[in-house]
Design a protein around this ligand. Structure first.
Ligand code: ZN
Length: 187
């Protein structure tokens, strides 16, 4: 699956090179646009199945994903686990459950994302769950770019990829005058 995923990312032009603004505010010379590897529903289903197979913990009550990146892979992983899928989205900058989604106190979730980059969105999703009295059993992602960051719960990914980041004040791409692209807006 690891080889398949890397091949699919390459085939679909999902490994982008340039000058990217990450959601963390850092700049990077490359970006993985996971949505391109998920455009085939059959493939998305396979990746969801593979992530569900990676999960060795207790069966959660639901999969919880942050929008937008986690929507497709979270849904497919939940389908493979045979549990509900709900998602959190930003409201005035803060992740929240909307659309009538709710989780009862004491429920358990696994967080599923397309890419772990800094771990920030994963932790924010975990804090949202914690605030609702919901237990986070763990987190899964298709790709791990954290370079070995550990979460306060079990986590697993299908593929590890390195990540080069620069702070905006110390970015050679900025110094070279390369236009900065916010992924998702133009890419
Ligand atoms: Zn830069």
């Amino acid at each position: 699956m690891k080889k398949d995923l890397l091949a699919a990312l390459k085939e679909n032009g999902a490994l982008l090179g340039g000058h990217f603004l990450l959601s963390s505010g850092l700049h990077s010379p490359d970006y993985v646009q996971c949505a391109l590897a998920l455009k085939s529903p059959a493939r998305a289903r396979e990746y969801g199945g593979a992530l569900a197979a990676l999960w060795t913990g207790a069966r959660p009550d639901a999969v919880l994903s942050p929008a937008m990146g986690g929507l497709i892979i979270g849904h497919e992983t939940a389908a493979a686990l045979g549990v509900d899928f709900i998602f959190a989205e930003r409201q005035e900058g803060k992740l929240a459950l909307r659309r009538g989604f709710s989780l009862p106190r004491g429920a358990s979730v696994v967080i599923v994302e397309d890419v772990f980059t800094t771990g920030k969105s994963t932790m924010e999703t975990a804090e949202l769950a914690g605030g609702l009295g919901v237990k986070v059993l763990g987190a899964l992602s298709m790709i791990d770019r954290t370079g070995g960051l550990s979460f306060p719960f079990p986590a697993a990914s299908l593929l590890k990829l390195g990540l080069t980041v620069y702070s905006p004040s110390d970015c050679p791409l900025c110094a070279a005058g390369a236009p900065l692209v916010k992924p998702g807006s133009r890419t």
